[in-house]
Design a protein around this ligand. Structure first.
Ligand code: FDA
Length: 420
């Protein structure tokens, strides 16, 4: 193998964490190569935040992350707080704005973030090769040229049709960084390579699942939800572990919107979820009070007061058909207190059992991944193989919706780039 193919650091994955690690290691004078099998770098950054990339959050706390080891993320997040990344964004004069809950988005385009990362990488001589498939990783026990990578060029459909043979290339490096992300959105380049490499070196995996993902429903609930597609309202979505006061969106496929995506991080197959459709009102108390003060009123008339801002009319009509069709034309005075209180409890705590989620096809992230107990929280280095590092989403660290997953990618990429 000639010297041209040896690098101090090879990073597999030119996504958020890989590019940030590359520019950090490059600034230390390390000779860095980034390899990616996709035909473009940073594809998920480009599609994030509706094309405007919610690149971080003003309020980043370890509580915004889920992991089998909740302490693991603390060190990297404290050494690389969000204002470090904001500083880089400002230095590159990228216009941005704050939305609710401290979320920061580009004013113009997510492309600004990718361009910034590529400019920073270029400034310190980082080399990037796309369309490169990693076929094999071998390890030498010497510290120099510790890892050997066999790669082949990914061919386009046109190349294959023209009978082009894939060219192969070998590289070696002292430090190998796995930054291959999770399994979400396979069409954007997601693959299980990072997990396979982890297992090759003796690491355990926390079972993976699609997360920050809409819920799906079958049967009658599914029909009801589909009929309401397009409706959005503020709710409290909860289960035994957590609750979120955020918008809910009915879609043709199920329930989405920030409330559902956040809850999906904490949901296991087969569990129920609760939705408080009128979070600012105790509906039982309201109905019982109206029974006394306006005994001739109908239930829908009482609830119609909230159709302007909280409970859209179409939803109210659908709830009536589903929950109180038999008493819809009865005056409150003629409805038993128990029935009114049962109805109030249902509106304040609609219990649903999702049949599943939309899965990796639409999920923003992958929950689970490389077990963090076997990786240094200070450097991201493997406890089993010197010079091997895991960063970003491939690790069992999953952030909330709101810029937290990128902040984890930048922070873990940074602490690794400082030592790799
Ligand atoms: P990332 O996925 O960025 O990069 C992994 C790289 O590895 C890719 O370039 C891939 O091609 C490459 N790779 C994979 N397998 C390989 C193989 N076998 N060989 C070579 N290369 C390989 N987060 C957030 O904080 N704010 C937001 O607004 C959004 N929005 C958003 C929208 C959508 C639609 C999605 C899918 C995701 C988000 N996210 C997000 C999540 C965020 O994009 C994600 O957590 C980070 O990109 C993770 O960074 P990584 O570097 O770990 O992986």
């Amino acid at each position: 193998m000639d010297n041209n193919t040896h690098y101090d650091v090879i990073i597999v994955g030119a996504g958020a964490s890989g590019l940030y690690c590359a520019l950090t290691a490059g600034r230390r004078g390390r000779r860095v190569l980034v390899l990616d099998h996709a035909n473009k770098v940073g594809k998920k950054i480009l599609m994030s935040g509706g094309g405007r990339c919610n690149f971080t959050n003003y309020f980043v706390e370890p509580e915004h992350f889920i992991s089998a080891n909740p302490h693991f993320c603390k060190s990297a997040l404290s050494r690389y707080p969000s204002w470090e990344f904001i500083g880089m964004v400002e230095q590159h004069k990228i216009p941005y704005h704050e939305r609710e809950h401290g979320q920061l988005f580009c004013d113009d385009s997510a492309q600004d973030i990718v361009t910034m990362l590529l400019d920073e990488c270029a400034a310190v001589g980082v080399q990037i090769r796309i369309n490169t498939q990693i076929d094999k990783v071998d390890v030498n026990e010497t510290e120099y040229k510790r890892f050997n990578l066999s790669t082949s060029k990914k061919l386009s459909k046109k190349d294959i049709a023209n009978g082009v043979k894939p060219s192969q290339h070998k590289y070696s490096c002292d430090s190998l960084v796995v930054a291959t992300g999770g399994l979400s959105i396979p069409t954007m380049g997601a693959s299980g390579l990072g997990y396979e490499l982890a297992q090759q070196f003796g690491h355990q995996l926390i079972p993976t699942d699609a997360s920050l993902v809409p819920f799906t429903f079958t049967d009658k609930t599914g029909e009801l939800i589909r009929a309401l597609a397009g409706i959005s309202l503020p709710v409290i979505a909860s289960n035994e572990r957590i609750s979120f006061k955020l918008p809910l969106l009915f879609t043709h496929r199920g329930l989405s919107g920030p409330a559902m995506l956040q809850l999906s991080n904490y949901w296991q197959t087969g569990e129920h979820i609760n939705i408080n459709l009128l979070p600012d009102i105790d509906v039982t108390t309201l109905l019982l009070a109206h029974k006394k003060s306006h005994p001739k009123q109908l239930i829908r008339t009482v609830l119609a007061d909230y159709t302007d801002n909280a409970l859209p009319k179409k939803l109210l009509t659908a709830l009536q058909t589903t929950l109180w069709d038999d008493i819809k034309d009865k005056e409150l005075a003629n409805i038993k207190d128990e029935r009114l209180s049962e109805l109030g409890n249902t509106i304040n705590g609609w219990q649903l059992k999702p049949s599943g989620t939309e899965g990796y096809r639409t999920a923003e992230v992958t929950r689970g991944g490389v077990k963090t107990d076997e990786v240094s929280s200070k450097t991201m280095q493997s406890n089993f193989q010197d010079g091997l590092y895991f960063i970003g989403e491939v690790l069992d660290v999953t952030g909330w919706l709101g810029g937290y997953n990128f902040q984890w990618a930048w922070a873990s990429g940074f602490v690794c780039g400082e030592v790799a």
